[in-house]
Design a protein around this ligand. Structure first.
Ligand code: ZN
Length: 368
């Protein structure tokens, strides 16, 4: 379904138009009372950095500013692959748009999520830009302004809507950002860390140790400090993407793409309201539930039941401080939901893992 007719209907309906004022009314009041509290996306650094900036469309700076009118709508975009049939051979990709102007407890409800397209399978799209092209065209029109009837004031005005974030799992976001992905030499979209592989091994899997001191291969990096990672900026990302595109031959282009982890300029960069990579945050569900929790459970169980496999980690004295640090960090998070997730996710993951492991017994739970 096209985006602009959908927004037309919302704004010209009195009930929905009232709900859309959450951003201008309710959130503004809460933010005035507690300016440092993060209640939703409008407290985020990216949204705040857009305020006061003039709208840019195709390298042209317009006269109006981002979110200067109370009608202006903030949108989010998400995509992910799913398997529509029981035999999980075929995949399709869904394209969703979220309306952040609705109250936070409403904007993620199924009735309020807009499906702007489905990329048919059976395989992952070779070029997702072909499928989001129409959406980007509509977003460019909305950045300029589309004449719309307002049900609240009973008058016509120029409706503006801006895409401020895009998310999904790592493969999906890598696809829309034109990045090589998490198995590449530069696996992270937020920073410029580089992977290394085991020398003289047939296993070419790359991994990213914090310290390269004990690695036999000489690299430019000696050590990564977690609190001071070499973060990417919008300008550096776009400079690298343009450099890759400007290469005269396919071989040179591929070589540079491998070095940067970027395959070319993404179509979404046409939208001046997006910043690369800040507008593409990592997804909480995949980070905590499906990665950190699984990884911690695996480490704990390996440590307890397979001392030989965990010997290298154990000998280096890293395991206990690492686990303690991670769990304490999560358990004392300022976010209530994260704190709640810690015991729940541990119990859930342990239960699942114990069913798979015949050596497990209730004594192990006590030990943990
Ligand atoms: Zn990173």
């Amino acid at each position: 379904m096209p985006l602009i007719p959908h927004l037309h209907v919302l704004v010209s309906n009195r009930t929905y138009a009232t709900c859309l004022q959450y951003h201008a009314d309710e959130h503004a009041k809460t933010h005035m009372c507690t300016p440092r509290m993060t209640t939703d996306i409008f407290d985020g650094l990216h949204y705040c950095s857009l305020l006061g900036e003039r709208v840019v469309v195709r390298d042209q700076t317009l006269t109006h500013h981002y979110f200067s009118d109370h009608h202006d709508i903030a949108l989010g975009f998400a995509t992910n692959g799913f398997t529509p049939f029981k035999k999980r051979k075929h995949t399709a990709w869904i394209l969703l748009v979220f309306n952040y102007n609705l109250p936070p407890d409403e904007c993620f409800k199924r009735d309020n999520i807009l499906c702007v397209g489905i990329i048919p399978g059976p395989k992952k799209p070779w070029n997702a830009d072909l499928f989001i092209h129409l959406l980007v065209q509509e977003l460019l029109e909305l950045a300029i302004g589309v004449p719309t009837y307002d049900a609240l004031s009973s008058r016509c005005f120029a409706l503006h809507a801006y895409l401020i974030t895009a998310f999904g799992d790592i493969p999906a976001v890598s696809m829309i950002m034109h990045m090589k992905g998490h198995n590449s030499l530069c696996p992270c979209r937020m920073c410029e860390i580089q992977g290394i592989c085991i020398l003289n091994s047939r296993n070419r899997t790359l991994y990213v140790p914090l310290s390269h001191r004990n690695h036999p291969e000489l690299t430019d990096v000696v050590e990564y400090r977690p609190e001071r990672l070499p973060l990417c900026s919008h300008n550096s990302f776009m400079a690298q993407a343009n450099a890759v595109e400007s290469m005269p031959t396919e071989v040179q282009r591929e070589k540079l793409a491998k070095a940067y982890g970027i395959k070319g300029v993404p179509l979404l960069s046409a939208l001046g309201s997006l910043r690369f990579p800040q507008s593409f945050p990592y997804n909480f569900m995949h980070l905590i539930w499906e990665n950190v929790t699984d990884c911690l459970t695996y480490l704990i169980l390996t440590f307890l039941f397979c001392p030989s496999r965990s010997a290298s980690v154990h000998d280096s004295g890293l395991l206990c401080p690492l686990l303690t640090y991670l769990w304490i960090d999560l358990a004392f998070s300022r976010d209530f939901h994260i704190r709640l997730c810690v015991p729940l996710s541990l119990i859930l993951s342990l239960s699942v893992t114990f069913f798979r492991l015949p050596v497990a017994s209730p004594v192990c739970v006590y030990k943990l």
